[in-house]
Write a protein that binds this ligand. Structure first.
Ligand code: TYM
Length: 340
């Protein structure tokens, strides 16, 4: 613990909601960058269970998914000794700061959030206040740790902008309290699209499992999903393919998995049939996910190891978060506990 506290590295923070199945979009848009950037930052990586309950979850599934997602962070290469990995609800300061920030967030701002509009359409029978206020909780997640950089996919950009607006508002009303976080949105893979519904983003909670690649899909399922992925009638890869829905998405997935520029991928496959390219893409996916899944199985086979990491992570997180929350309460004029 002391090593981490002495560490003066800037803070990198991100989180994923434990809903559905951790999908290739989450990996490419977010987790991959966490792994690549962890060397230069102190990484704070959360499983954000409190966000997940803005839509109904089955308790047993939610519990399993929290552990499974944390194990997948580790399997992806997040180093537990050098980062802070935890489950959001283990750190009560998130809810505490979220309440405060709710009071510094305008309804007009929340009304503009596209994720709220999308989710309200999808869950018409449960448009709850938590779903609406969700961006203030996300702002709390980030601002609690005086975060420098937040690596996310393109769909979270609006929430990051709001986080900065809320932080600025609080800082200007009182005095500098929160660091203004910068988003990190990757140039390639910031918005991986659904495999069947090619105009929609790939979502881990999609009800049609053919729309996404789960990081835990076995090889035969991976191959089948790629084979069935919707493309178009052109059949052959050309320089135009990158701009076409469907095939363009598959080419960008290939480019990220193989550390190539999208144009290099097009040059390599130009003139080839879609079916041949899909076969190679499936090979790349299997080559990447097989060792990932072996690491995952090993971690899940040792629950004590996993919960030990999460306990240690939440202890470190509570320590860091308590500094910010004390500062915020003092600035607000709350009477310090234990001295009244
Ligand atoms: P969530 O759980 O929807 O998604 C987790 C991360 O995956 C990225 N992502 C994608 N990237 C590329 N293509 C896609 N199709 C795709 N789908 C998802 C998301 O952009 C995200 O980075 N509100 C957040 C969770 C959150 C959070 C935070 C993130 C809560 N607190 C603090 C960062 C910092 C969310 O719902 O992500």
């Amino acid at each position: 613990m002391s090593d981490i506290q002495k560490d003066k590295k800037p803070i990198l923070l991100s989180g994923i909601q434990p809903s559905g199945h951790l999908a290739l979009g989450n990996y490419v848009g977010a987790m991959r960058n966490w792994v690549q950037m962890q060397q230069d930052y102190l990484g704070i990586f959360m499983v954000v269970d409190m966000h997940a309950i803005t839509v109904r979850q089955k308790p047993a599934d939610l519990r399993n998914r929290c552990l499974s997602f944390a194990a997948q962070y580790l399997a992806a290469g997040i180093k537990p000794e050098e980062n802070v990995i935890f489950i959001q609800s283990h750190v009560p300061q998130h809810a505490e700061l979220a309440w405060v920030l709710n009071c510094y967030t305008y309804m007009g701002e929340l009304n503009r959030m596209t994720q709220f509009k999308d989710k309200s359409k999808r869950h018409e029978d449960n448009i709850n206040a938590g779903l609406y206020a969700y961006p203030a909780l996300m702002a709390a997640d980030i601002l609690l740790y005086q975060t420098d950089l937040v690596p996310v996919g393109a769909d979270q950009k609006q929430h990051l902008e709001l986080t900065r607006d809320i932080a600025n508002r609080f800082n200007n009303t009182y005095s500098p309290t929160f660091k203004l976080p910068e988003p990190f949105i990757p140039k390639a893979g910031a918005r991986i699209m659904s495999l069947q519904d090619v105009d929609k983003k790939m979502s881990k909670s999609d009800s049609n499992e053919n729309n996404y690649i789960s990081l835990l899909d076995p090889p035969d399922v991976l191959r089948r999903k790629i084979k069935r992925a919707v493309t178009d009638s052109a059949r052959e890869i050309t320089s135009e393919s990158l701009n076409r829905p469907g095939i363009g998405n598959l080419l960008s997935i290939y480019s990220v998995l193989n550390d190539m520029q999208p144009t290099e991928v097009v040059n390599r496959f130009e003139g080839q049939q879609y079916s041949g390219f899909k076969g190679e893409l499936a090979d790349s996916l299997v080559a990447f996910l097989e060792p990932f899944q072996q690491r995952y199985d090993k971690i899940m086979g040792d629950k004590g190891y996993l919960t030990g990491i999460l306990d240690e992570g939440s202890m470190r997180a509570r320590h860091m978060a308590s500094k910010t929350i004390s500062k915020v309460y003092r600035k607000l004029g709350f009477v310090p506990a234990g001295r009244s």
